[in-house]
Design a protein around this ligand. Sequence first.
Ligand code: GDP
Length: 140
Amino acid sequence: MSVQRTLSMIKPDATARSLTGAINAKLEAAGFRIIAQKRMFLSRAQAEAFYAVHKERAFFDDLCAFMSSGPIVAQVLEADDAVARYRDIMGATNPANAAEGTIRKEFAESIEANSVHGSDSLENAAQEISFFFSGLEIVG
Ligand code: GDP
């Protein structure tokens, strides 16, 4: 196992309910170090650029509208095996299918408003981290 970094976003449904602290507490208790973090608005164009891989999907327009509907908190998380471990603690995309103890089981509202994003591979993590953060903003 090696130390990895992954990109997390706390989504607008969660910031609207002031869940940033609760989610961060869960992450830190699970051994993730939050080594960069910023709260910001994504413009529609920025959301479309971030989710470009999904542009052919039926839910793309709704997803980009949702992600630019309120503030998000972008984060870099560091831990052993961080990419897979964060996917585990996030839970399934649809909270109805998410396991007990996961962030989405506890907090998500719907398959779209599902509270958090996490990179799905080490390669995408590097790309997504550089979408939001410069090297100077990451304090490992
Ligand atoms: P993730 O890796 O678990 O976040 O899931 P995906 O990469 O498949 O999808 C990206 C995001 O699109 C999800 O986190 C949801 O916010 C949204 N999404 C996925 N599937 C659907 C869907 O069927 N309908 C809607 N409205 N949104 C979806």
